[in-house]
Design a protein around this ligand. Structure first.
Ligand code: DP6
Length: 402
């Protein structure tokens, strides 16, 4: 039996991918740009095993056996095996291509709550398969066929997914554009809203948007193209203030095209808007002081959770502001409310104490995740990390979490 275990990160887009030009092999209508998040706080972990004794391909996700019929997983498997067989012709891998595969994957964060779990999951699957079959070269175009945004999780730091021009998708790849420490000491705070599973999944949502929204035509032809180039420049110049404005603008435009969809796709909730409003109020204070390098920005994916980009120097202040405006509810544990990197919150100035336009009701957020930018997928070399038993090839009994 050959076994490989890997972890892969979540990524958060600041120029959003929303809309496909090819649904089958997942080709987007526009380029997108993202930050890869640190895996200590959020990651997917996947073990892939191949063995001549396995009688069928099998797949376990978060402790439950799932069907491998899923065409997206099949596309990834097929493409990896196709590339591996090319290498086999070159005589460089042993004959494992005819063996069945067992795949076991877990996330250490809620699946399908708008927390980009499919991106980390597919990036991890493809990276692990690549290791098992010895596939080299670009893996992002394979991860892309699992879930579009997954192609960006193949790299660490700041990543751009080029939409490409070709029909076969070979030029629709992700590439790193800056290392994880490009904005030194940058922190990310994810405000997980107290809402269940999202209503319209992003795949269906973006299909409906492409079919019905005229505003989407404007986004694809004009605004997102210009904004992407402006974003590249802001990143290269480390122009934090412009970066913040562009990030907010692109998130708002994505949600505007979602509302312009028929029927509308509504992802942001009152709580989402309250977080956005707090960020704008905070930035007004910074702008009034000429302190543009300490602005904060938000972005929302296809769900109600806000993702905030926060300069390290103000992270304690921002956490204090969030805790004051969005305190835990009576049934929530205050000590488990801020997850991730430990941080004390600061005492708020009088000016900041006056911010927040809601009633400060407890329990609007489930919890906060405090994290930072991180690196790409990792290979786990210790046997402990494996999710599959090394003799039977089925999940170890303890594996419910990453
Ligand atoms: C809103 O990658 O989940 O997070 O390709 O259909 O699987 P599929 O969609 P998915 O879309 C995520 C879109 C987004 C924005 C982004 O990450 O760029």
């Amino acid at each position: 039996m050959k076994t490989i275990t890997c972890t892969a990160p979540v990524n958060i887009a600041v120029i959003k991918y929303w809309g496909k030009r090819d649904e089958k092999i997942i080709l987007p209508l526009n380029d997108s740009i993202s930050f890869t998040l640190n895996q200590d706080e959020m990651c997917a972990r996947t073990t892939v095993a191949v063995s001549p004794s396995f009688t069928e391909d099998r797949f376990w996700l978060n402790g439950k056996e799932e069907s491998l019929e899923n065409p997206r997983i099949q596309n990834c498997l097929k493409e990896i095996r196709r590339r591996a067989s090319k290498r086999k012709l070159e005589g460089s891998i042993e004959d494992i291509l005819n063996w069945h595969v067992h795949i076991c994957s877990v996330n250490n964060f809620p699946t399908a709550a708008g927390l980009a779990s499919s991106a980390a999951g597919y990036a991890c699957l493809v990276y692990a398969l690549g290791q098992v079959y010895g596939v080299e070269g670009d893996l992002s175009s394979i991860a892309r066929q699992g879930s579009g945004s997954a192609c960006r999780s193949i790299y660490g730091g700041l990543v751009r997914w080029y939409k490409g021009e070709l029909d076969d998708g070979t030029d629709s790849v992700a590439q790193p554009i800056a290392p994880p420490d490009h904005f030194p000491n940058l922190r990310i705070i994810i405000c997980v809203a107290n809402a269940g599973r999202k209503k319209t999944g992003s795949t269906d949502g973006m299909r409906q948007t492409v079919q019905t929204s005229r505003l989407m035509e404007y986004r694809v032809k004009e605004s997102v193209v210009t904004r992407t180039e402006a974003m590249m420049e802001a990143i290269q110049d480390k122009n934090w203030s412009t970066f913040c404005d562009l990030t907010i603008a692109d998130s708002n435009e994505m949600h505007a095209v979602c509302l312009d969809t028929f029927p509308p796709c509504v992802y942001m909730t009152d709580t989402s808007h309250a977080v956005a409003s707090l960020v704008h109020q905070y930035n007004e204070v910074k702008i009034a002081r000429g302190d543009l390098n300490h602005k904060v920005c938000y972005t929302f994916d296809a769900g109600p959770n806000a993702c905030l980009f926060v300069p390290g120097a103000v992270v304690k202040e921002v956490l204090a502001l969030l805790l004051r405006t969005f305190p835990p509810g009576p049934s929530q544990s205050p000590t488990e409310y801020v997850k991730g990197i430990p941080a004390q919150s600061a005492t708020l100035s009088k000016e900041l104490m006056s911010l927040g336009d809601e009633d400060f009701e407890g329990g609007r957020l489930k919890y906060l995740i405090h994290t930072r930018v991180g690196d790409g997928p990792r290979l786990m070399l210790d046997a402990e990390s494996s999710l599959l038993d090394h003799t039977t090839g089925v999940p170890k009994p303890t594996n419910g979490t990453a």
